[in-house]
Design a protein around this ligand. Structure first.
Ligand code: NAD
Ligand code: ZN
Length: 360
């Protein structure tokens, strides 16, 4: 038995208003006047001076507003890297991502691809990255994905939706300032928050479970219940707790795996562009056979917060299209092995997946 030697985010700051310390945190990391900091910022903050005026720009530093409407693509990462190289005299001192999982994943991928040759497509998989990334900082503005703490950056390529999983992927620094999440719209709050909830359920009910994962997963699940089920918290308490639930949920899956909902949600997102949070919810709603207690509580929370999930997303699909989704879902073997066990192939058939997709 060989155990995984897991890299963690080496520096993290937590607190309301901690975003104000960004300048003092990054300035010692500036290599020289020609090596800029590049800030990748969710374009939902365009014109929002309360946030953008606090981004410390000097010398050749650049702020790029990026849309989070679609999930990150390998082509988008390659274009961003080329643009950054062409527009600056030297390789950046650092990449700072400010946004949700979409922007955080882009920041991680760009920082890796600035020091590794070729297209990001070549690095989708496990441990394919050769050189350390440039210094990169993650600043989440919505809570749930755990992308701030994870060892992966999930990219959609021409053939695969697959992460760049490597020891160089985790951020060098994370700033957890729950105040930055104050304007997240309610539906999005629920969908991204449920990503964390599903991480906990899939990790805690998986065959890969171990005490490391369990200790983080149980804490994150308790926090999710306080936030989404009890509803006795103030707005600020709820924001603070969801930010830490996301962190713990991410730590829990780091040392185990996700499961059925994630595997099937990747299929939806690859074919139809359904985003991760809502995709997980659409799938998870139909997984009572696999996660009975988790799904029952999910339905309760969904009702409590008056959340309507999209219906009939697979209604018009052809057999070929179902096949594409099934291929993507089945390619995620570790997720199935975690969820079902070593003999998962005898239990999870293409017909089984098709009948589940048809319900969605
Ligand atoms: P997101 O980044 O896609 O953002 C969702 C929406 O919320 C966007 O419209 C965005 O503009 C908006 N938003 C973000 N912050 C806001 C704020 N403070 N105020 C108002 N609006 C705000 O959402 P997400 O759910 O955090 O991320 C999903 C992505 O994360 C997917 O691409 C998924 O693949 C990835 N992901 C990565 C990991 C990982 O470990 N790397 C894990 C899970 C998910
Ligand atoms: Zn997830």
């Amino acid at each position: 038995m060989s155990y995984k030697n897991f890299p963690m985010v080496p520096r993290v700051i937590f607190g309301r208003g901690s975003f104000n310390q960004l300048e003092e945190i990054i300035s010692p990391k500036r290599l020289n006047a020609n090596a800029p900091f590049v800030f990748l910022v969710d374009d939902v903050f365009k014109g929002k001076a309360w946030l953008t005026s606090r981004i410390p720009l000097s010398y050749d530093d650049t702020l790029l507003f990026i849309s989070a409407k679609e999930e990150p693509k390998t082509s988008q990462v390659d274009e961003l890297v080329n643009k950054i190289i062409l527009n600056h005299k030297e390789r950046p001192s650092g990449i700072i991502g400010i946004g949700g999982g979409t922007i955080l994943d882009l920041a991680k991928a760009v920082s890796i691809m600035l020091t590794n040759n070729g297209s990001s497509v070549n690095y989708q998989g496990w441990d394919l990255v050769k050189s350390p990334a440039v210094y990169h900082v993650g600043i989440p503005t919505i809570s749930g994905t755990g992308a701030e703490v994870s060892r992966t950056t999930i990219l959609t390529g021409p053939k695969l939706k697959l992460g760049i999983n490597s020891d160089y992927t985790p951020f060098d620094q994370v700033i957890l300032d729950p105040e930055l999440t104050k304007d997240v719209p309610k539906n999005q709050w629920f969908f991204t928050g449920m990503d964390c909830y599903v991480h906990c359920i899939e990790s805690l009910n998986g065959t890969y479970l171990n005490t490391f994962s369990q200790s983080y997963g149980e804490k994150a699940l308790d926090l999710c219940k306080e936030i989404f089920e009890d509803d006795k918290l103030t707005k600020q308490e709820s924001q603070d707790k969801l930010m830490m639930a996301s962190w713990h949920g991410g730590m829990s899956i780091a040392y185990s795996q996700v499961g059925v909902a994630h595997a099937m949600s990747y299929g939806l997102s690859f074919l139809l562009g359904v985003k991760h949070g809502v995709g997980n919810c659409i799938v998870f709603d139909h997984l009572a056979d696999y996660y009975p207690e988790g799904v029952a509580l999910f339905k309760k929370m969904k009702e409590k917060h008056h959340i309507e999930l999209p219906k009939g997303v697979c209604a018009e699909l052809s057999d070929d299209e179902f096949d594409i989704m099934i291929d993507v879902a089945l390619s995620l073997e570790p997720l199935w092995e975690n969820a079902i066990g070593k003999n998962w192939k005898t239990k999870i058939t293409r017909d089984k997946l098709k009948s589940l997709y048809k319900l969605m």
